[in-house]
Design a protein around this ligand. Structure first.
Ligand code: ACO
Length: 311
């Protein structure tokens, strides 16, 4: 019965056995994963927009090729994660529809504009860096298909991060104007990057359940702190200043303590009122409409092929 199955499930989680698509799982576990994985997949896809904005304006061919490949990787990540969500019985069409009508969430970070080339460096370094911190943990999560998708994604994200940091290092070795450009990009993206990890643990309604089921292995605040600890030295090494007057090192805890995040801004952005939410949704809807002929053609082709087989 239900309670025995629940107890068996909890035992498997306790032992660290991966849960696979055909295994029994509580509906709440399934729904939490669909929620989280679909938000994640949407983030990968919407995340192509801010950087895609600079492909035509990359400063040289090497940079253009790297950026093009990176943005294409993000599309691939979106596809893996949609496929992983489908193993839970979610329909991809439905998930995409929820995004297009503005009901589904995607990461707050992608609602900020990319104003200069330095933003591309800062995003690769910080945003992909934050994603790695979060996803290295998710690679150990209890749901098999999600954890395996994360392994490959993290390997690719590491290249993205190096690509970004290298852009920023190059700018910091450049002219005063280039250094200023890098500092300005850091100033604009630092706080929104910290928001990627989600609300404080005390304000995170989903954390308790996700931790219990080992979907999350660390809390939002723990991951955010870890990210700050690894990023502050990277910034200092190249002469960038973190835009936080309250930042200070605590010798005892070995943590870089930081100031309070503007949570009002965070909630405004996730409710659709960030600087670029409307542009992002319009871009996704336009792309979906413009791609309708591809979907129609592939359905027609599949039907034709099936017909031939029957003959
Ligand atoms: N942007 C948008 N929404 C957010 C963000 C954020 N940065 N942080 C939290 N939220 C949402 C949650 O999705 C949740 O919404 P819902 O309950 O309506 O679905 C709500 O705010 C409350 O937050 P939590 O209870 O803390 O949510 P959760 O436990 O799911 O933790 C987190 C949020 C850390 C983002 C988690 O879902 C996660 O690790 N997701 C997978 C990774 C991911 O999506 N990364 C995307 C960016 S990285 C990239 O794409 C390159």
């Amino acid at each position: 019965d239900e309670s025995t199955r629940n107890a068996e499930f909890d035992k498997r989680i306790e032992e660290g056995t991966k849960i696979e698509p055909k295994d029994w799982m509580p509906e709440k576990y399934r729904n939490q994963l669909i929620r989280m994985m679909s938000q994640h997949a949407h983030s990968e896809v919407v995340g192509m927009l801010p950087e895609g904005n600079w492909i035509t304006r990359a400063p040289n061919l090497r940079r253009k090729m790297a950026l093009l490949a990176k943005v294409q990787d993000e599309a691939g990540h979106g596809l893996y994660i949609y496929s992983a969500a489908e193993t839970l019985g979610a329909s991809r069409e439905d998930l995409v529809h929820q995004l297009l009508i503005g009901k589904a969430k995607y990461s707050s970070i992608f609602n900020y504009p990319t104003l200069t080339w330095a933003d591309i460096g800062i995003i690769g370094w910080l945003v992909d860096g934050a994603a790695i911190v979060n996803q290295t943990m998710l690679a150990k999560c209890s749901y098999g298909p999600y954890s395996r998708a994360m392994l490959r994604i993290c390997a690719e994200e590491n290249f993205h991060k190096k690509q970004g940091y290298e852009i920023v290092c190059t700018l910091m070795k450049g002219t005063e104007e280039q250094k200023k450009m890098a500092q300005d990009a850091l100033n604009r993206f630092w706080w929104p990057t910290l928001m990627m990890f989600g609300p404080h643990d005390s304000d995170s309604p989903n954390s308790a359940t996700l931790l219990k089921w080992k979907v999350k292995k660390k809390t939002n605040d723990e991951l955010r702190q870890h990210f700050v600890n690894i990023t502050v030295p990277q910034a200092r090494t190249i002469g960038l200043e973190i835009p936080d007057p309250n930042l200070k090192y605590n010798e005892e805890t070995k943590n870089w303590e930081f100031g309070e995040i503007n949570w009002e801004e965070f909630y405004a952005v996730i409710k659709g009122h960030g600087p670029c939410n409307k542009d992002r949704m319009k871009a996704r809807n336009d792309a979906h409409e413009n791609g309708s002929w591809v979907r129609e053609a592939s359905v027609a082709y599949a039907k034709k092929k099936q017909g031939k087989k029957v003959e």
